[in-house]
Write a protein that binds this ligand. Structure first.
Ligand SMILES: [Zn+2]
Length: 342
């Protein structure tokens, strides 16, 4: 069967590998339906010294699959069923996992597509406990963007930042996969949404998703515009994932007691923090990574109810993967790039 593997930095190859064996106890064989690309794929492709991994590595950190075969001891899944796949290999036994907080697992075995073989392959065996069934009304693409895209955003906004109806939120990079999800989720709960984009062409699509104010960060200093929009008060919450380039402005955009939640650092991982601003303004800085499986289920329920939808930039096959990753690296996308395996 076919798989897409990283052979070396910036070098991907389609290879033939052996299909998985019969599923073991507690396992399911999945036929992969759709893979969604993320910045973690761009990092992996560029080659990042901090990642412990062995090459070749099958890529793909976020995907949906259809149940193909069921191993002994698995209940609640049937052949043909569409599922969303949790992206990290968590233990299921530690207190965090038993409490449903897999992203705090004490014995996590790694992230698929980054430390471990990922989902860009025709079939894979996985523990059934890491699969979240897609409800009726959610298709393969919706289920594919539930773990890393919508799940991450649900966890950031609701578990960590505890976003409330009526609050004002600044969402960085509204054209990114997580930005486009955050705009919809915040707007649908009755928040005022300010977002940034990197080109004028992205302004109307961001408004169409529900953004009340859209700032082109290349032509305007976003923190100045945010102060103006909020009449110098600042926002309740900043949704960060850009990092170095935006950090100081993000802190400056918060109101007293405001919350900054971050899940990424696409422009650089180190920055300075104005500590006086942090304590005098009583700001809360919240780190967020991954999600709980319940976040994935909640996101898919909202998709099924028509409240939110995956925003798709393009759908590509294995042959077009290099061009797709280059476009993501250059931030030349609006929404998600979907990789089809079949
Ligand atoms: Zn665990």
């Amino acid at each position: 069967m076919r798989a897409l593997q990283l052979i070396d930095d910036r070098k991907l190859e389609q290879v033939d590998i052996a299909p998985p064996p019969e599923p073991g106890i507690g396992e399911v064989t999945l036929r992969i339906k759709a893979v969604a690309l993320n910045h973690i794929d761009v990092w992996g492709w560029r080659g990042m010294a901090f990642a412990k991994r062995k090459l070749p590595l099958t890529i793909g950190a976020e995907a949906s699959g259809e149940v193909d075969a069921i191993g002994p001891g698995v209940s609640g899944l049937v052949p043909g069923q569409l599922v969303s796949i949790y992206g990290a290999r968590t233990c299921g036994l530690c207190k965090a996992c038993r409490d449903g907080r897999d992203n705090l697992c004490e014995h996590v075995g790694g992230v698929h597509g980054f430390h471990l073989d990922g989902f860009a392959q025709e079939k894979i065996n996985l523990p059934a406990r890491l699969l979240v069934p897609a409800p009726p009304g959610v298709d393969a693409i919706g289920a594919a963007v539930a773990p890393v895209t919508f799940g991450t955003v649900e966890h950031m906004l609701f578990d960590n930042a505890k976003l409330q109806p009526g609050e004002t939120i600044l969402i960085h990079a509204g054209g990114s996969g997580i930005g486009s999800a955050a705009i919809q989720l915040a707007k649908k709960m009755g928040c005022t949404v300010i977002t940034t984009v990197g080109s004028d062409e992205k302004i109307e699509p961001a408004k169409a998703l529900g953004a009340d104010h859209v700032i082109n960060y290349r032509t305007d200093r976003f923190e100045g515009v945010v102060r103006k929009i909020t009449k110098k008060k600042g926002v309740d919450v900043v949704f960060e994932h850009v990092g170095k380039d935006t950090w100081a402005g993000s802190m400056f955009s918060l109101k007293r007691g405001g919350r900054l939640v971050t899940c990424g650092s696409t422009s650089g991982v180190s920055t300075e923090i104005n500590l006086m601003m942090l304590f005098q303004q009583q700001l809360k800085l919240l780190g967020s990574f991954g999600c709980r499986m319940e976040n994935m289920a909640n996101a898919m329920q909202k998709m099924a109810a028509g409240l939110v939808r995956p925003v798709i930039d393009t759908e590509v096959d294995f042959q077009s993967i290099d061009a797709a990753l280059k476009r993501m690296e250059g931030r030349d996308v609006f929404g998600k790039i979907i990789l089809h395996v079949g």
